[in-house]
Design a protein around this ligand. Structure first.
Ligand code: ZN
Length: 252
């Protein structure tokens, strides 16, 4: 016996299975990240041909088996066509999907990450803040949504706010200048990053702003480069994972 359910979600990745089928990984509002079998999706006359592609967002009706889901029908709300017609946008979009895939699980509440991903894909093709800033916002915010974002508003040791200080990756964020002098509080290989006011402000804004209101500000190139170098160091420390799609993007 199988039951039918409808979930709202976004296709993160697609893999060919056998001669005619596909397996989709979908980030859903209701069930977290799930894997769905799309029978016959590669046949030219299949109703699933166009909707079994990355970035497709909509309502997916599925047969729920004991151990897997099979696609029954799809009602597409957004194909993100603007992303597909520009190779650079496509690469950035695929990178966002790969990171979201890596950071989400089945059965978890991933609604905020789904919102972030949707808004990030939208920002790539619609909002004029540029692909690099869109990427920067996405990278920092997904850390915050996952509970691994750096503490930017108060010292990680003494909780003091509005003080001078530095950023330390391993310590997990802001270290005030008096704690920074304390050698017992120095972790091995954890250099001081002297961030500009603009960079601190941007980090705090990203930490405290919901995904749908994030893509509203601009940064100077200098501040953006500061934060993107720091993001690369942070990713290396906390994710320890090489994303395949990252090879297609230029470092800032
Ligand atoms: Zn302190």
């Amino acid at each position: 016996m199988t039951d039918r359910i409808t979930v709202m979600g976004l296709v993160l990745s697609v893999m060919p299975i056998g001669e005619y089928d596909r397996r989709l990984v979908i980030l859903t509002k209701e069930r977290g990240k799930i894997s769905v079998f799309a029978k016959g999706a590669r046949r030219q006359n299949s109703p699933f041909l166009a909707c079994s592609q990355p970035f497709v967002f909509g309502n997916f009706t599925l047969f729920e088996g004991r151990t897997s889901y099979t696609l029954s029908s799809v009602e597409v709300e957004n194909f993100f066509l603007g992303l597909r017609t520009n190779a650079e946008f496509t690469f950035y979009g695929l990178y966002f999907c790969e990171v979201a895939d890596y950071m989400t699980r089945e059965g978890n509440d991933e609604r905020e990450i789904l919102k972030l991903l949707y808004q990030s894909l939208r920002a790539l093709s619609h909002v004029k803040i540029g692909v690099r800033l869109t990427r920067l916002i996405f990278e920092w915010k997904i850390f915050y949504l996952n509970g691994e974002g750096p503490q930017a508003d108060a010292c990680v040791y003494c909780r003091k706010e509005k003080a001078d200080g530095v950023f330390r990756v391993r310590a997990g964020g802001f270290v005030c200048s008096s704690c920074a002098k304390n050698e017992e509080r120095r972790t091995l290989n954890d250099p001081d990053w002297h961030l500009s006011e603009g960079a601190w402000y941007a980090l705090r804004f990203i930490a405290s702003t919901p995904p749908q209101k994030l893509f509203t500000f601009t940064l100077t190139d200098a501040v953006r480069q500061e934060l993107s170098k720091l993001a690369a160091a942070y990713r290396k420390e906390y994710l320890r994972h090489n994303f395949r799609s990252l090879e297609m993007l230029e470092e800032d």
